[in-house]
Structure formats: structure tokens, C-alpha cells
Design a protein around this ligand. Structure first.
Ligand code: SAH
Length: 350
């Protein structure tokens, strides 16, 4: 019989589970604290539980394995990258970025991805599987433990499409922000989606306060389709409408991400089209000069073109920033560490 994934039980579910196995409810509070506050990864270390209970937990439950395989520290900026191995051998990556306002961790929501965005390294090997809530949480827990520094912000912008793993993702958000756990404010959590419209609508009704980031990358339906296969399923108009609903229902301003790709979406008509769709929206635009991916031949525009693009949007009254690149010396960008690791393993096993 496979062991139960104890870190994916939320506070209430753990209480029911521990009562079900005949233990008093204060035990579940202790266990929850070991798992989600003290960030323990072994039942043996839960020293205020009886030896008998610890042994029982060991037999019937597991603390999801998220084990550091590689840890890279950037020499250029205060950024660190972690490659983790999961219980079934899948690899995922996370990034720690230190800012003046606190430490931010970028996590993966799936092992691989099936969305197929043309410039993205994470989608190249396809989707392996969804991550469980515990596997999403424990990326953050491991980083907080190893760095011995508090994580105050979380972005779900690593490998995977969170809204393609909807239930686990929403549960993860609730557990991460729960006062019984790390208690990270939902306002300090951002989740990025390629635009799965029905699930944006669902998310808008969850009563959450997280920031939604929408990967736009093209300001017309045609342009978007060139870069993102998901645009074949949902029109630009539907995606923008869903973002408006998200803003109306949550009061949270949506961020639009726009990866600048030289010669593809960085021209004067692109600025014009982008202005046209965003000028009456209360939003923020994040320009990301595309990170070159070995397997693809997309390039970033030179910095003058990127700055011009930003200035023109700004002049048109649009709230915009260019995302400063972090950790480029450590495969810092977008699924590249996991990719390099996968490629190296293929070579080794041949
Ligand atoms: N599936 C989610 C999260 C993906 S990663 C989404 O699509 O939004 C977060 C952001 O990085 C997305 O906007 C994604 O399009 C972008 N991205 C992926 N690969 C990139 C690359 N090589 N260069 C720049 N941005 C990239």
C-alpha cells in the first residue's frame, strides 16, 4: 500500500485524519506545526510525539520528498537556484531572489508542461505530471530551511501551468497563506498563467487575494497564436475579459507579462496594438526580454529597442517595467537548469 502524502492535508483534514486513527486532536496541531512551521522532513524528529506514534506515522504516511540535487549561487546578484528531485525521480527547479522588500521564491507547479509556448524551455519535454500541494509547499520550505532566511513572497512562475493543475494549486495557496503554517500573505503571492480562461473565472471566485499575472506576449490574436498554442483555444478577447472579471471580483490589479522577442513582437505596431488593448485597463505590464533557450532560435531585442518599447507604453499612460534579468550565470531563467540536467542525463544513459 502506498503511503499517504501527509503534507498535502490541510489543517482541518489533518485533524480529521489524526482523530480517525484514534489520536487526540492536539496531536494533529503538533504534527501540523512540525510539518508547516518547523519544516521538518522526518517523523523521527517530531520529539514531542510518542515513539509509538512516530513509528505509526512512518509506516502509514510520507513527507513528500523534495530533495536538493543541485544548488547554484549567482555571482552577479543575490539569486540562488535549486534543482530538486521528487519521490518518483522527476526533477523540478525553484529560484530564491533577495530583494530590498524581502526574499522571493519562484516555484514550479508541474514537472514539465504541456502548454507548448514556443520560447519556453519548460515545455520542451512535455508534461510529466502535476505537483501535489506538498511538493509545491516543500520547495519553499526547503529553501527557507537551507537559507535560514524567511521567505516573504512567492511567485508561481517556474515550470508548469498552475491553472492546468487547478485543485492542487488552489489548495497550495490556501495552505501557504494559512495562519497555522508559513502564513505568507496572499497579497505577496503571484501566480502566472498562459490564459486558461475557464480557470481564471474559477480563480476569480475563490475569494483569494493573490496577484494574477497573465502571459500575454502578443497584442493581437494572430501574434499571440504565433507564440502560444493556448491562444488557439481561447481568443485574446476572452482572455482579457477573464482578467477584467478577476480584477472586478478580487480588486487585485492584473499584471500582464510580455516577453520581448526580437523581430517578432517588439516593433512599432506591437506597441500600438498593446497600447490599444491596455490603455483603459487598470493593470501593470512586465516586459521580459526573452531569455534565449538553446533549443530555440528566439533572441532578445537590444536594450535600446526594449527601452523604447517601455518608454512608448509609459507615454501612453501604461504602467510598465522591464524585468531585470537575475541569475543568468546560473541557468536562472525559465526551466533552463532542469533542461540542462535532463539533457546531461540523456547523454549519460546513451
Ligand atoms: N505557465 C505559466 C508560468 C510560466 S513561466 C505562464 O505561462 O504564465 C512565467 C513567465 O515566463 C511566463 O510569462 C512565460 O511565458 C515566461 N517565459 C517562459 N520562457 C521564457 C523565456 N525563455 N524568456 C522570457 N520569458 C519566458
Amino acid at each position: 500500500m502506498s503511503k499517504k502524502d501527509i503534507c498535502s492535508y490541510d489543517y482541518e483534514e489533518l485533524r480529521e485524519e489524526i482523530e480517525r486513527i484514534g489520536e487526540p486532536s492536539f496531536r494533529s496541531r503538533q504534527i501540523y506545526e512540525w510539518l508547516h512551521v518547523k519544516l521538518t522532513d522526518r517523523f523521527q524528529d517530531m520529539t514531542n510525539l510518542s515513539k509509538k506514534l512516530r513509528e505509526r506515522l512512518c509506516e502509514e504516511y510520507e513527507i513528500a520528498k523534495v530533495e536538493v540535487i543541485e544548488h547554484q549561487v549567482s555571482k552577479m546578484d543575490p539569486t540562488e537556484k535549486f534543482l530538486f528531485e521528487l519521490g518518483d525521480g522527476n526533477m523540478i527547479e525553484s529560484v530564491l531572489m533577495r530583494y530590498s522588500y524581502g526574499n522571493s521564491v519562484c516555484i514550479s507547479s508541474q514537472a514539465g508542461c504541456r502548454m507548448g509556448c514556443r520560447f519556453c524551455a519548460s515545455t520542451i519535454g512535455g508534461l510529466k505530471r502535476n505537483l501535489t500541494p506538498s511538493e509545491m509547499l516543500r520547495q519553499i520550505y526547503q529553501i527557507q530551511r537551507l537559507s535560514k532566511e524567511r521567505v516573504s513572497n512567492v511567485v508561481v512562475m517556474g515550470t508548469g501551468e498552475p491553472l492546468d493543475n487547478y485543485d492542487n494549486f488552489v489548495k497550495f495557496i490556501r495552505m501557504l497563506s494559512d495562519g497555522h503554517g508559513l502564513h505568507i500573505s496572499q497579497r505577496n503571492i503571484t501566480a502566472s498563467t498562459c490564459g486558461i480562461v475557464p480557470n481564471i473565472h474559477r480563480l476569480a471566485s475563490e475569494g483569494l487575494q493573490i496577484t494574477l499575472a497573465l502571459s500575454l506576449h502578443g497584442a493581437t490574436q494572430e501574434k499571440r497564436r504565433q507564440l502560444m498554442p493556448v491562444a488557439d483555444r481561447y481568443s485574446l478577447e476572452e482572455v482579457l475579459e477573464a482578467c477584467d472579471v478577476y480584477f472586478r471580483k478580487t480588486g487585485r490589479r492584473v499584471t500582464f507579462e510580455y516577453s520581448l522577442v526580437a523581430g517578432v513582437n517588439d516593433g512599432p505596431d506591437d506597441v500600438r496594438d498593446l497600447t490599444a488593448i491596455l490603455k483603459d485597463r487598470n493593470c501593470h505590464v512586465n516586459l521580459i526580454p526573452v531569455n534565449p533557450v538553446k533549443e530555440r532560435d528566439y533572441r532578445k531585442p537590444n536594450s535600446k529597442i526594449a527601452l523604447d518599447f517601455e518608454n512608448k507604453l509609459e507615454k501612453n499612460g501604461i504602467n510598465v517595467t522591464i524585468r531585470r534579468e537575475r541569475g543568468s550565470d546560473i541557468d536562472g531563467a525559465c526551466g533552463q537548469l532542469r533542461r540542462r540536467y535532463a539533457a546531461a542525463n540523456v547523454r549519460r544513459t546513451r
